[in-house]
Design a protein around this ligand. Structure first.
Ligand SMILES: CC(C)(COP(=O)(O)OP(=O)(O)OC[C@H]1O[C@@H](n2cnc3c(N)ncnc32)[C@H](O)[C@@H]1OP(=O)(O)O)[C@@H](O)C(=O)NCCC(=O)NCCS
Length: 284
């Protein structure tokens, strides 16, 4: 990842998001990335009352499976770190990330216009947990969790972004390969380790595309096909066959593949991969 304004860590006590150094047409676009290693889970759990909005806390407490509880909590935590920086909000419990009808994340906060909805038409149907499923906002967030780690990016809704993180798992190579075509990467010419890295990178690019489009993986994989990709020293940059307005950058960071999908004509600052690799190893 190269180009444009250099990203800069933003100090918020112990938790520091990365300003992505995103630019479009020479103008800076505010966007902040946060990431937490699996080892953060217990520390965040101890502070869940400071991290979660009361509705999120109810959702969290209603989750039955420990793995989902952990990923929900760490995912909301990194979302708050990134959104807190974006909105200048230090009280994370005032921020709420709700899931829309397609499970897409939406931001609720007093400084986000559009909440709680037009006067006289507050469309706030509740889930069984009591978590309202409504939101229209100018601040947006995308989050991802894998292998106990989590990352989130906060950005203006007017400038869509999406991310995906996927732990490199040799056991999953066969499954992932079924969703990656020969035209995208010819794994027969690669070592098993390199094949796993490249296939997982392409997977993360497609999953991130599915998030930016808000359809998720309910869409056939061939719709999300990669048109062209260049792999270089653990990084990859490419374009999509059916969505020429977007492109992706992907990196191998620690034991994970990470991808960000962004508008084709926007540029990302340098150093994102190195920052992520460091965060994925950082202890709370
Ligand atoms: C989007 C999707 C590909 C993410 O896959 P995943 O294995 O959960 O991967 P990640 O951990 O990287 O991402 C999870 C986050 O993606 C976000 N997400 C879910 N659906 C999304 C969508 N349609 N658009 C954008 N983002 C979405 C959520 O914020 C979710 O985290 P949260 O549930 O803790 O809020 C997958 O959830 C999907 O296909 N969703 C489509 C909608 C769907 O089928 N829902 C099932 C209803 S039972």
């Amino acid at each position: 990842m190269n180009l444009a304004a250099a990203p800069a860590p933003v100090e918020t006590g112990a938790f520091s998001p990365l300003a992505l150094g995103l630019t479009r047409g020479g103008e800076a676009v505010p966007a902040f990335l946060a990431c937490a290693a699996p080892s953060w889970a217990r520390a965040v759990e101890a502070r869940r009352g400071d991290v979660l909005h009361e509705n999120e806390l109810r959702t969290y407490e209603g989750l039955r499976f420990e793995r989902r509880r952990d990923e929900f909590l760490l995912g909301r935590f990194v979302a708050k770190v990134a959104l807190g920086e974006y909105l200048g909000e230090r009280d994370w419990a005032t921020l709420e990330v709700v899931n829309g009808i397609f499970q897409q994340p939406l931001v609720r906060h007093e400084r986000v216009p559009g909440e709680p909805g037009p006067p006289g038409f507050p469309w706030t149907p509740s889930t069984r947990s009591g978590n309202p499923r409504v939101g229209s906002s100018l601040a947006a967030v995308c989050l991802t969790h894998s292998g106990g780690a989590a990352a989130a990016v906060a950005f203006p809704a007017a400038h869509p972004l999406a991310i995906d993180l996927e732990r490199l798992e040799p056991d999953r190579l066969g499954t992932l390969q079924t969703q990656v075509s020969l035209a995208e990467v010819d794994t027969a010419t690669l070592s098993p380790d390199e094949a796993l890295r490249r296939v997982t990178q392409l997977w993360t690019a497609k999953e991130a595309l599915s998030k930016v489009l808000r359809c998720g993986l309910t869409t056939p994989f061939e719709v999300l096909a990669v048109e062209s990709v260049v792999f270089r020293n653990g990084s990859a940059e490419g374009r999509f066959r059916n969505f020429g307005q977007y492109r992706f950058e992907s990196s191998i960071v620690g034991g994970f593949a990470f991808a960000i999908v962004l508008p084709r004509k926007s540029s990302l600052g340098a150093g994102v991969a190195a920052w992520l690799a460091e965060r994925l190893e950082a202890e709370p």
